[in-house]
Ligand binder design. Structure first.
Ligand SMILES: C[S@@+](CC[C@H](N)C(=O)[O-])C[C@H]1O[C@@H](n2cnc3c(N)ncnc32)[C@H](O)[C@@H]1O
Length: 254
């Protein structure tokens, strides 16, 4: 049977590679490297740097083209489902062509594979399509953990929950009944469009990379400034990845 190692590689700093991830990488006969086009070239370079630094035995690298996703429109789930179907078809072909029976293939996943990443769902889909695969998941340091560590904060207050959500969901307003909310995948600077009332923001961009930017304080004071810094960084680098924690100021219990 073909075997897959789905390896979390950390969220930007190669030093976040765990010993388990390095060992898994060195078990791979083939490493599949997604190529998401020019905008994400910086991310591809990080994956390549990780392979160059940590792989200690001969191993084949295979670049995987990623199909374009149609604009989301109103049917977000339908569009994503169709996109995943096309990626799964790509992977199916690739695993059959590039991975011999009994060999290990590695998929390097940004951050942790369990958090806002489609690799596990796509592998399930390839298996459902009839290709026999064994697979292992190696956890990684996620951007959520990197954000908390760089701001030197605990994510939750004592005994309180933490919600992790997307910019798309935050657009409806700060979630009712929540105290601490981490927002990912926000290409629209949604933090600047919600009522800032009693919220603090802990914002981080390019975490773990030499271009890292951190800002924290009351949302009412900082929203405009972060939006301007973000826009300028995006213009300068051609891409941006950012994440933030929003926390109610009133519930200062822990
Ligand atoms: C497709 S998700 C992947 C998340 C990843 N699996 C993880 O565990 O962090 C991409 C989002 O993660 C966040 N992200 C990932 N790496 C980041 C970094 N180095 N700095 C800031 N945000 C990051 C951003 O919110 C970005 O939009």
């Amino acid at each position: 049977m073909r075997k897959l190692l789905i390896i979390g590689i950390g969220a930007g700093d190669p030093d976040q590679m765990t010993v388990q991830a390095i060992k898994a990488l060195n078990r791979a006969d083939v490493v599949f490297l997604p190529d998401k086009g020019e905008e994400k070239a910086a991310l591809r370079h990080l994956r390549e740097a990780i392979c160059a630094r940590f792989i200690e035995k001969p191993c084949r690298m295979v670049t995987v083209g990623t199909p374009e996703r149609a604009p989301a429109g109103t049917d977000y789930r339908g569009v994503v489902d169709d996109w995943h179907g096309r990626i799964a078809a790509n992977y199916d072909r690739l695993f059959r062509d590039e991975l011999a029976e009994g060999q290990y293939g590695a998929l390097l996943v940004w951050g942790d594979p369990a958090l806002y990443d489609s690799t596990l769902r796509i592998v399930e889909r390839v298996r459902a399509g009839g290709l026999a695969l064994e697979w292992e998941v190696i956890p990684g340091i996620s951007s959520v953990q990197a954000l908390a560590a760089r701001h030197r904060i605990a994510l939750n207050r004592i005994g309180e929950p933490v919600m992790i959500t997307t910019g798309r969901k935050l657009a409806a307003g700060f979630p009712a009944g929540q105290d601490s909310v981490v927002v990912m995948l926000d290409g629209e600077q949604t933090f600047a469009r919600i009522a800032p009332d009693d919220l603090d923001i802990y914002w981080g961009a390019y975490l773990g990379t030499p271009d890292e930017i951190l800002m924290a304080g009351p949302l009412a004071d900082l929203a405009g400034e972060i939006a301007a810094v973000r826009a300028e960084a995006r213009r300068k680098h051609g891409w941006i990845m950012d994440i933030y924690l929003l926390r109610r100021q009133a519930a200062r219990s822990g």
